[in-house]
Design a protein around this ligand. Structure first.
Ligand code: RB5
Length: 145
C-alpha cells in the first residue's frame, strides 16, 4: 500500500518516526518533505498540497499530514474533492475517523501529540476499517459541487 506523507518544520521529527515505522511494516512511503531538521521554518501549504494531491489522484491510498496544530494541514486536505481528512490527536478519535468518516487522510497536530501516543495512533489508523452501514450515506452527503 502506498502512503503519502508530508509536514512543515514542526512535523519533521514525527514524520520520520512514522515513515520508519511504516516502512518496517511493509508500506511504500512517498515523502513530500519538509526534510530539514535544523530549525528552518517553512510554509505548510508548500508540503501539504503535493502530499494530499497524490491521494486525491489515486496514486497513494492514504495520506498523513502534519503541522503544529493540524488545522492548517486539515484545511488544505479537505479542499480536495476525494479527500476526507480528519484532525486526530488520540487513538479513540482516530478509530472513529476511520469507522464513521472513512478518513483517507489524517492530520496530526505535532505540538499536541505525545511521542508515546504517536505510533499507536498510526497503528489504529491503518488497522481500522470503515463501518459502512448508516455511515456510508452520511459520507456521501459531504461533497459539494
Ligand atoms: C507553524 O508555526 C504553524 O503555524 C503551522 O505548523 C500550523 O500549526 C498551521 O496550521
Amino acid at each position: 500500500m502506498i502512503v503519502a506523507i508530508g509536514s512543515d518544520h514542526t512535523g519533521v521529527y514525527y514524520k520520520y518516526l512514522i515513515k520508519n515505522f511504516l516502512i518496517k511494516n511493509g508500506y511504500k512511503i512517498i515523502d513530500f518533505g519538509f526534510h530539514n531538521k535544523n530549525g528552518k521554518q517553512v510554509d505548510y501549504p508548500d508540503f501539504i498540497h503535493p502530499t494530499v494531491k497524490h491521494v486525491n489522484d489515486g496514486i497513494a491510498t492514504f495520506g498523513i499530514v502534519i503541522c503544529g496544530t493540524g488545522n492548517g494541514a486539515a484545511m488544505i486536505a479537505n479542499k480536495y474533492k476525494k479527500i476526507r481528512a480528519a484532525l486526530v490527536w488520540n487513538k479513540e478519535i482516530t478509530c472513529l475517523a476511520r469507522k464513521h468518516n472513512d478518513a483517507n487522510v489524517i492530520s496530526l497536530p505535532a505540538r499536541f501529540i505525545k511521542k508515546n501516543d504517536l505510533l499507536e495512533i498510526i497503528k489504529i489508523f491503518f488497522k481500522t476499517d470503515f463501518d459502512e452501514g448508516r455511515h456510508r450515506k452520511r459520507i456521501e452527503k459531504i461533497p459539494i459541487n
